[in-house]
Structure formats: C-alpha cells, structure tokens
Design a protein around this ligand. Structure first.
Ligand SMILES: [Zn+2]
Length: 146
C-alpha cells in the first residue's frame, strides 16, 4: 500500500493526522475504563483495541501475553494498550489515532508486535508523549522497511 506523503514528508504524520471514528471510540473507551478502575488495578494492565474501529471490550489483562491470547490468532487486527505510560488513557482522540495508525503501519510493514509464544507477548510500542519521539520511531520504522 503506497500512501502519499504530507507536506512534512511523512506517510504517517502526527501533525496532519485527523482523529477518525475509530480513534474517537478508542479514546473515549480507554478514558472511561481509566475513570472506572483503580490506578493500582489498571497501571500494569493491558487492553486490546481493535484497529478497524477502535473497539475495546474493556477487559483488563494482567499481562500482554494474556491479551494477545484473547485475540485467538488474529492479534494483527489489534493494538495493545498499556496504562503504564498513560495511566489516564490517551491525551486526546488524536493521540489515540496516532497510536492506532502506528500499529497499522507497523503491521502493514510486516512487524509482528504481538507474539503469543513470547514470554512477554512480544515487543511493545510505547505511546509517544511528544511528537519528536513519534517522528523518531516512525523514521526508524520507515527506514527499516525499505
Ligand atoms: Zn504532516
């Protein structure tokens, strides 16, 4: 899938990205889960978020491996959200959109992030809290796919 580059020269741009319905849904659901659970309960937990529509069933998994298993072999259609670096959820629908878009881009390029056979369920994507970090991550991702 070839995408046009934006004026910043990015295929996936945290400046240009507009939160879509999936991003808004993910943002709202994660926010509600954060509001209805204790910090200590959720901070080490994982959520599954469906990439196609941002759907999150609200189940808190103790570890990523359990979350990946729950996807029943379709883990490439999901993002795995950890409250560890974002205890109150996404800062905005746009941040949720970036999180989802980044996972989609990684999977598109053949990265296998979730791994049910891995001790920890596979490597994590960190929710970037600064655009520069995201650009760094994306830059590495794009370069490594060439
Ligand atoms: Zn841009």
């Amino acid at each position: 899938m070839l995408k046009a580059k934006c004026k910043h020269g990015n295929e996936l741009c945290s400046i240009c990205l507009v939160a879509d319905d999936a991003a808004k849904r993910a943002w709202e659901q994660v926010k509600n889960i954060a509001a209805s659970t204790e910090w200590g309960e959720r901070v080490n937990s994982f959520l599954t978020i469906r990439l196609s529509d941002g759907y999150c069933d609200g189940t808190l998994y103790e570890n990523k491996k359990d979350a990946v298993k729950h996807c029943g072999g379709n883990e490439q259609w999901y993002a795995f959200f950890s409250f560890r670096n974002a205890p109150n959820g996404f800062a905005s629908p746009k941040e949720a959109g970036i999180f989802l878009a980044y996972h989609r881009a990684a999977y598109d390029r053949g990265f296998r992030l979730p791994d049910p056979d891995d001790q920890f369920g596979g490597p994590d994507l960190i929710v970037p809290d600064m655009n520069e970090h995201l650009f760094d991550q994306l830059g590495r991702l794009m370069r490594s796919s060439n």
